[in-house]
Design a protein around this ligand. Structure first.
Ligand code: PEP
Ligand code: MG
Length: 323
């Protein structure tokens, strides 16, 4: 099977109806980068930046971070890397940050909330990203955005750093794309102007699903209770797809489900144009997409939903079994 996937490396993930899905990989370490070429990924759809913060005993220096981001972009070459700014709090606690005693950290002071309330570290990270790009294209996305205001504040802060670097005579990225992670249901209902303002949106399915079903992703007892292919969840995803399409906003899905064959096929069939996953999942997902007819699968999903199915998994699985 490994060999079969290796043969697919240079092939696009084009289905039988001629649609091409972009497959990207998730990363978080320098050591992940060699997989970019080995896996055949089109780019890095999610680069989790918290690992460099979690593995140290103090806040990393701007120069260290800039050097690291530069190496990541060097290794990626022409392929785009979507850097997700620091997502700490919740399950990821920094050793050098005062622990917050919160009753419910996943819904607490985390991610962009920390970045906006205590902007020092976020600003430093944004400067490091701008410098690391050395005039190349740069994509930055902000985690756990719950309202348009949070996105606008984060984006303004990035644009301010761009101006500041520019005023200091430094080269700034030639093509800056600014995106939001859609990980809270509220953002799916944001006004049209929010979708217009985003260059891209990446659905953080792990968090989005946890908050959609109110089921803790860390709690073994409840985390598998609700299906990603539940008709309600897929209907919500479909609504996000339609809103992004109507506003010309690039859309990707970067939660773990993007790398699970049945889920990946269903998301692609519904119209998610880019899936970002663990490098090892790219081969298997590409193989399936190339065999499938996503238009046909979409019809199967819609018909099953219209017929009242709560989970669309049986319909998708049956389709896959006959491929
Ligand atoms: C997600 O929530 O789906 C996501 C990609 O972010 P993380 O898993 O790092 O919270
Ligand atoms: Mg998340």
């Amino acid at each position: 099977a490994q060999k079969r996937y290796a043969d697919l490396r240079e092939q696009p993930a084009t289905d039988q109806s001629g649609q091409t899905i972009s497959l990207m990989m998730n990363a978080g370490l320098m050591a992940d980068l060699p997989s970019l070429n080995g896996s055949g990924a089109d780019g890095v759809g999610l680069f989790r930046t918290e690992l460099q913060f979690l593995t140290r005993t103090r806040v990393p220096r701007r120069s260290e971070l800039a050097a690291l981001y530069k190496r990541v972009m060097d290794a990626a070459g022409d392929k785009r890397v979507h850097f997700r700014t620091l997502d700490i709090g919740s399950d990821k606690v920094l050793p050098y940050m005062k622990p917050q005693d919160e009753p419910n950290p996943a819904m607490g002071w985390r991610a962009i909330r920390v970045g906006l309330d205590k902007p020092g570290v976020l600003r430093m990270q944004l400067q490091a990203l701008i410098r690391g790009a050395e005039g190349r294209p740069l994509s930055v996305m902000f985690p756990f955005i719950a309202t348009p205001n949070e996105f606008h504040a984060a984006r303004d802060s990035l644009l301010r750093e761009m101006e500041r670097e520019s005023a200091l005579g430094r080269t700034v990225p030639c093509d800056l794309k600014i995106g939001a992670m859609l990980e809270t249901p509220s953002l799916g209902f944001a006004p049209e102007s929010f979708f217009k303002a985003c260059d891209f949106i990446s659905i953080g399915g792990n968090d989005l699903k946890q908050f959609f079903f109110a089921a803790d992703r860390e709690n073994e007892r409840v985390r598998r209770r609700y299906d990603t292919l539940d008709a309600a969840f897929l209907t919500f995803i479909e609504q996000i797809i339609a809103r992004c399409a109507a506003n010309n906003t690039a859309l990707s899905f970067c939660g773990e489900d993007a790398g699970r064959p049945v889920e990946a096929l269903a998301l692609a069939a519904l119209g998610v144009p880019t899936l970002s996953m663990r490098p090892a999942s790219i081969g298997p997902v590409k193989h399936l997409i190339r065999r499938a007819d996503l238009r046909e699968l979409r019809e199967i999903i819609v018909n099953a939903r219209d017929a009242g199915a709560q989970s669309l998994r049986p319909a998708v699985t049956a389709y896959l079994a006959n491929l």
